[in-house]
Design a protein around this ligand. Sequence first.
Ligand code: ZN
Length: 575
Amino acid sequence: MSDTLQQIKDKLDIVEFLRPYLTLSPAGKNFKANCPFHKEKTPSFIVSPDRQIWHCFGCNIGGDVVGFAMRYENLEFVEALKLLAEKAGIDFQRTGSSDQKKFNVLYEINNAAKEFFRNDLALSEAAWQYLIGRGLKKETIEEFEIGFAPHSYDALTKHLLKIGYSILDIERAGLIFKTDRGTYMDRFRNRIMFPLYNHFGKAIGFTGRVMPGETADVGKYVNSPETPIFNKSKLLFGFYKSKNAIRETKTAVLMEGQMDFIMSWQDGVKNLAATSGTALTVEHLKTLKRAADTLILSFDQDEAGRAATERTIDLAEACDFSVRVISGSPNLKDPADIAKEQPGLMAALINQAQPAMQYYLEKFSVGGKFSNTSEAKQNVRNVLGKIKNIYSPVEKSQWIKEVSASSGIEEKYLLEEMEALSVPEIGNVIGESANPEERPELSKKELIVQRIVSLVMAKKELYGQSTPALADLPADYKEILVHFGTGAGNLPPKVQYLFDNLLLRSSLNIGLKEDAMKHELSELLYRLKIENLKEKRQQLQLSILKAEQQKDDRALMEVLSEFDRVSKEIQNLKQ
Ligand code: ZN
């Protein structure tokens, strides 16, 4: 593995690799850009060609080319390696270590199973008739490589063993499982098989639908379990086919099931997305966010579908998507039915989709005659809760206006009411790291100190001018600045790491006007002084408690007067 990684790094320059993804502008030796992982107006994303790394000082995350590809394309490590190997022109298979081979065999087995199921579909008249009856054309069945798993406990197992795969690998690929009696059994039996592809078009698992008229032994739909190559909460069905259309329109039409996707695709709608056997997750939204800013929801017209619609609206609005909802068509249950019964209607419905807030306004019947009943008040409150959840302030204020106009309540009262509402925190999920350890919380003082040091590092002249006041910096940072100013001494590894990070960060300040920098620096030094005094006051508070406990009156008097002095100093500074 490390071999391939090294080869990739040798061949792919990080700056050239990132260029298509970001708008890079030079910042000294480095480059800066607006971070693709969080919303921002001024760049805090730095790329260092020297060290071949990137770092965002807003999200406090960073890494190499692989780390970027994993995060940006939402890939697992090995998938990211594959993508990069392709770009670098390295033969991934050949360089394979035993680890890679373990992954590759899972792709191979899923692919072999897909072919097995396709062959079997040709042999099963009933399965074929079912698909045609649902409205699928032969070309579509072939395009999506739909298949059939025979009514057998071990037909697939036998086939895969015969062509040379080991029983353990077949199990790892999720296609068989061990029964209580210790024997292996095919996971999918007597089911229509929909292959699931990763975002590069490789089969990585399946959804099996029970044959009509059969009693489902485990459920109408059965999915492959999660495996090293299949992560349900990230995978969008058919995304590898639809992602270009989504990018072009900046819009994704989100559906609940594979049949909805495939039938709508056949009906000419291409910018589609569907989850595979799970509810929509933030991970799915992150994937979509890279390609789209608008989501159009087209879920089933039943109670479960409406619940899913509302859950998805709330999640997507909080992730700064503009969300619209398709109102559906009377008597037609889901998009698959619509596409079958009335070809062309789906596209029209998508064009007429209404904004999600409109959906809520109608649901809570805000508008028309507003009577001052408690039910009406509760309805207004419900809508305000939904508006509060919207990420964009602009959109928020538009909807407040709308509610005001239709309810007759003045905007200022609506705003007050909205502020008072507590909404479960869904927001700000995009760009949030899944691993909290990646984003250590910095104290206020730490933030001030890091900003000071990064300013001084961006403009060396500032170092000489502010040296006296730099006495207020914590020891590590003082050491860093001395090292920076004189180049003398070796830093301990932990401080060296901080030094490197700050040096990288300082390139964000390159290009700032000297006057502005001086002004900011003196402001920061002033704030640092106050933070230091506050810290001292806190320590004194502890000493006071201790002296009181020990009934040491003399010590208590001393600490109290010191406490007084520090408090006054803070007050004087603040004036
Ligand atoms: Zn960021």
